[in-house]
Structures are given as structure tokens and as C-alpha cells.
Design a protein around this ligand. Sequence first.
Ligand SMILES: Cc1ncc(C[n+]2csc(CCOP(=O)(O)OP(=O)(O)O)c2C)c(N)n1
Ligand SMILES: [Mg+2]
Length: 797
Amino acid sequence: MPDTPITENLDRLAVLQQLERKVLWLSAWMIHNANHLRPSSDGLKVGGHQASSASSATLMTALYFDVLNAADRVAVKPHASPVFHAIQYLLGHQNRDQLERFRAFGGAQSYPSRTKDGDDVDFSTGSVGLGVAMTSFAALTQDYVRLKGMTPDDLPAGRMIAVMGDAELDEGNIFEAMLEGWKHDVRNLWWVIDYNRQSLDSVVRDRLYTRLDQLFTGMGWNVHTLKYGKKLEAAFERTGGGALRRWIDDCPNDLYSALTFKGGAAWRAHLTQDLGATAGIGALLDDHDDDALAVLMTNLAGHDLGTVREAFHAVDDDRPTCFIAYTIKGFGLPFAGHKDNHAGLMNPDQMALFQQAMKVPTGREWDPHAGLDIEPAALDAFLAEVPFAAVYPRRRRAPVVPVPETLPAGGGTQASTQEGFGKILNELGRGETTLADHIVTCSPDVTVSTNLGGWVNHRGIFDRHDRPDVFRHEKVVSAQTWNMSVRGQHIELGIAENNLFTLLAALGLSGSLFGARLLPIATLYDPFIQRGLDALNYACYQDARFMVVATPSGITLAPEGGAHQSVSTPLIGIAQDGLAAFEPAFVDELAAIMGWAFDYMQRDGEGQGATNWLRDVEGGSVYLRLSTRTIDQPVRKLDVAADQQIIDGGYWLVPPAPGAELAIAYSGAVAPEAIAAHQEILEDVPGAGLLAVTSADRLNAGWSAAGRARQSGRTDARAAVERLLAPLAADAALVTVVDGHPATLGWMGAVHGHRVEALGVEHFGQSGALDDLYRYHRIDTDAILDAAAAALLARRG
Ligand SMILES: Cc1ncc(C[n+]2csc(CCOP(=O)(O)OP(=O)(O)O)c2C)c(N)n1
Ligand SMILES: [Mg+2]
């Protein structure tokens, strides 16, 4: 007879309760160690969130050790990071050293991080609300790739799950995401609300849950409110139980929290006062000593493992599902329920008592088995069979999508970069390439006005349900076809840029999450990058890969006016990590950049030797700042070397004579003004150069990186911008001009110590014709000439 597996005789709930205790202990200890035991080099408080972790220990235990499958993907609320790392440690996917260095350099991260943590974080969290919304867009992404049959056969559909703080629901981006999720009929989405009714500062309003319930139900979600644990449910069955339930139901959140903190005697006093005359209550109080009464009165469902498990396992459909799980912030810790406990830490005395209660012997604090009422072998056997851990690591690798040598740029002697972008995508949409099949476009209600119309006509709109274009069917003439089906390759969003960037975060991780690589391209108006900036940063932080095409931009959108003008976006392009920003002036430059970008978006540093200065090995995402301004296009054929300069960030449209005393550097739509000014200047300064800056971001990054490389011994390191500006005289003057903040290019003067006059836009503008606005903001030809004259005058003394 075969041996009975050790796990077969185990009571799952009993084992899970042991793990719940261990998770609570380890999370608290990890934070305690970081704050009280690890030597500090700077005297600063390290922090960590013991109360917030304790609040979600039961929910997380049930999920990770019992309910989740390897295909599920989870966003863990930021402040439960220690709980997540403790769970991974118990599963053997996190090491002790990392836990000991929680919040220290190179250790487990303060908030779960896909890129910085090594233990299989699915979605980074930190900025509250974003991780939650991310799960909805991940569900949409999963639908997209699964309905198209792009996922590997061995990967089943997973649930996209957020374990979220209740205060995350204050963030507007969550509601934007819910509405968008409803429109797209997303499935396999769970939001588990850790409903401790506390945020950072205080206790939240009473009866909020009734609003939440209605909100989710209104959006078509299943809602499960998990309020009372089994002990309280049993008490409610006793004589007087109905009155007790009503009393708790009516108890204001702040009073409930305060009594939780104060403990059994305080509960007794209040219950005696309010319900002492009610039949059965006296007996109930007599049956419980103070400790037992405190346990009973705080027996909320979110800390009752049996109740939580049953609720999770009972879900049998793929509708979006929300669990409102009542919890207590700091449950099981001395500051449970205290309104100030968010950043609270147990002091050493409190920790010693807690350690005793947890039965963890001194010196065995990190031992997974210490203090548990279960045989180590039995626990290990249980852990070895946890469904979630059946596959590890769970990240997927998707094959690289081949990119053609050149992209079709479309002819034309006059064009805008936005128009050029539309043509490139139109050609891609028309053709039959693997690249085009992996592109997915999206836009927040500006698809047509950002020139994606041609692409959409060829490739259609994604929807899980077939919806033919009614206008076409009714023979109403329109240039735009709007057919929806699972074959569609454009995801149309409502006007919410937060959603756009969160969707990019999800689409841009599709290869890793679902084994199906996508090359997402999003279009939006440039100023509204700022509306979604935190979500954009979030997408970059998790290293999602995408292309943002922002158009129109600057004051060049002229009659559209000041409310739509973008001034600071070029600086965002420079400062945003993980995003290579470009502002081409001409369509052939754009084609070179996009061809490179499709490749760059897919790089992961594999097999390519040492890291270079520009993330060219690791790759990243790309931001193109485009314009609707139609300008003369150069008649030329770019060769590989020219393409490379465009990618590196700049090239001489007119090279300077050796030792030239002046150069003009421009970026983007102001090219005609720079060209005109340069031509006039040539009469006075024959050797003056004209520099086309296609990427201030990459020129700048290369310059900083080369400096760092030289400081660490690579004396031959030279940045592209250093080489470009080298032919100028040592005391040459530089005039820079861009339709954006002048600091975008102004730094170039510091490369070789050239005197610089930086032109650009610094103030909110107003509507107007282009020439009026350029003159007003001093980025027209005359302003460039004036700046050149001033710079030369100063130079000549
Ligand atoms: C966008 C953003 N704003 C502010 C913060 C600072 N902050 C951290 S936690 C928190 C309150 C969180 O409360 P809740 O979501 O209920 O979490 P829990 O009670 O479970 O700790 C705040 C305001 C943040 N992390 N992100
Ligand atoms: Mg809370």
C-alpha cells in the first residue's frame, strides 16, 4: 500500500491558521528588526507598517496558501509589503537576508516592486489606487491576448486580484478604471478590500460600506460583504444575540476602534451600559472574561480564516467580484484600532510580549517553524503543495517580434510629424507583418484627432462582442470605420489619461504576465500627459514597454489656446526614468525613431554584454512629442549613420565650420524658424552651424553618463553631445530654441562651457495664430536673431 501523503491527514484550516500566525509574526518582526535591531548609519527612522500588515494577514494567508493558482496575478496593497515577503519566504521564494534588509539598500522593498524585488511581485504598488486599477487593465489585457489565441497553451486564464486598503477607494483613478472596466466587460477580476475603516490620519466615515456596495453592484460586480466571524455569528444566535448584532452594526467606527484598542474591560462597560437590561446579554458577558470578550467583539470576518476561505472558494463565475472584508488595523498587536497606528511601531517591550504570545523562542525569530503547533515536516509538506507555488517563477518570456529594417515613411514635400505618424501606422495596418499583428493601439477618445484613423480602418476596434459599424451599415458617409470584434487591434478608452497609462502598464507587461508580447502605442494630446503622470510613472516603474505618441504639443497648436498648451512636457521627457523622449521635426526622422523604438521596447539586456550609458541594452519605453504644424520636408535619403545620430539625439543639419563662433540648436516644430534665422546669420557668421536635436533626453542622459564613466576611470568616454559640439570654438555662442520650456536645451551650454541663449516658452499662452504666438513667446526667427546677436556681442566683448 502506498504511504498516505502527509498532507492528506492535515486539517487544512488548522494548518492555514498556523501560517496566518507565522505571517503576522514575520511581518511584524521584519519591521521591528529594521527599526530596532539593524544598525543605522544615518539615524533616520526606517519605518514599515505593522498595523497595516496585521490588518491583511488573514486575507493574504487565505489567498496565497490556499486560494490562488499560479496563473493568478496580484496587486498587494503597498503597506502589506512585509506580509507579501513573509509569504514568499515561507514558500521558499524569498531569502532571510532580504527580509533582514527590509527597506535597506538591496533588501526587500518597502512596497512590493516588480523591478526591485526578487520574489515574483506581479504588480508594483506604492502610490495608492494605481495597483488596484492595474488589475482591471490587466484583466482587459488578458482578455485581449486570450480571445485572440495569443497565449501559450500551458497558461490558463488567471484572476487579476487586488488586495487593497479601503482608503484607496478615495482615489479617483479607481472609479475611472471601474467605469472603463464595465465598458469593456472585463472578467476574472477580484478586488479584496481590507475594510479596516482606517486610513493614515484617522478613522473613516460610518456607513461608507453601503455606498461601496451600491457602487460595485451598480457597475455589475458581485459584492460579498464579509462582516462577522464565526464566533460573533454564534453569539448572535444566543438569547440577546440580535440586540448584540444591532449594537455592533450601529456602533460608530471611531467608537468601535477605540474600544478595540482599550480591550475587554472597556467593551464590558459599554455593553453593560447599553445592553445590560437586555435578556441574555448578562449571561453572555458572564461567559467571557475580559480577554475572551475582546476576542469575541473583534471577531470580524476579515480575521476569520474559515469565513474568508469559504467566501473566496464560493465564487464560481468570472464576473468582477468585490469582497468587503471587515478588518481591524493592527489586529493582534498592542495598538489595534488606535487611530494613530498607521506608522506605529511596537517598542521593544511590546515586541517582547508579542514574541512570548507567539511562542517564538529568542534566537529563532526567523525560523519558519518556530512557535507553531504543527510538526515541521507536516508544515513543509503542506507548503510544498500550495497551488500558487506550483510554478515558479511565474513570469513568462515571449519571443521577440521581428522589426523590419525600415518603416514606410510616406512621401510628401510638406507634412507634420503627426500626419507622418498617421501614415506610418496606416501603412503598417495595411501590410501583413508580424510587427503589425503585435501592435495594439489605444487612445482616450482622441483616436481620430491624433491620426490613428487609418490604422483603425485597417485593423478594427477590440471588443469581446462583435459590434458592426452602424453608420456604415446605414450607409452614412464617414471616412472612419468603427467595427468592433475580438480581432480588433485598437482599444478605445473614454477620456481618462490615468486609464490610458494604466492600460499601457498592463499591455506593456503582457509578455511577462501572459506570455504574449504586445507592442502598445498610445496617442493623446501632449498637455494631458500631466493628467496621467503618476500612472505613467507607475507604468515605467514596473518596466512596462510602450510607445506614447503625444500630439499636438506646445504653443504650436496655436488657435487651440492656453488651456491645451504644453510647456513642461519636454522636461518630463528628460526626467522620466524608463522613457526615452524624442521630438523630431521631420517625418523621415520620425520613421527612423519609430523603427528603432519597436526594437528598443523589446530589449531586456539579454546576451548583450556590459550595460551602456543609454539603456540601449536594457531597453525601455518611448515618448514621441509631435506636432500638427505642416512644414517643408527635406529631400534626402537618410543612411544608417544618419539614423543612428537621430536615435542618439541630434545631428548637424548644417555642420559648423571648424572653430565656428556660433551655432543654433533647435528641437521639433520650430525647425523653420531656426532654419530661416540660420540662413540670415550665415551672411554675418559664415561658419555658423545648425543643430537638429531629435532627443534632448538622450543627449542629456548620454552626457551625464559619459561624465560618470570618466569619473570612474573610462577616460575615453565621450557622449554624443560632446562630439557634436566639439567643432565649435571654445568660446562659441549657442542659441537654443524649442516650443517648450527653455531648460530643455539650455543645459547644452555647459557641455563645453559655451555661452548660451536659451529660447522657449515659460508662461501660459493664449489662443492665436502661430506667428503671433511665436513672436509673443519669443521663439520666432527675429527672436533667434536677437538672441544670436546678443550672444555674439557678449562674446566679442
Ligand atoms: C497617492 C498616494 N497618496 C498618499 C499616500 C500616503 N499614504 C500611504 S498609506 C495611506 C493611507 C492608506 O489607507 P488604507 O488604504 O486604508 O490602508 P490601510 O488602512 O490598510 O493601511 C496614505 C494616505 C500614498 N501612498 N499614495
Ligand atoms: Mg484602511
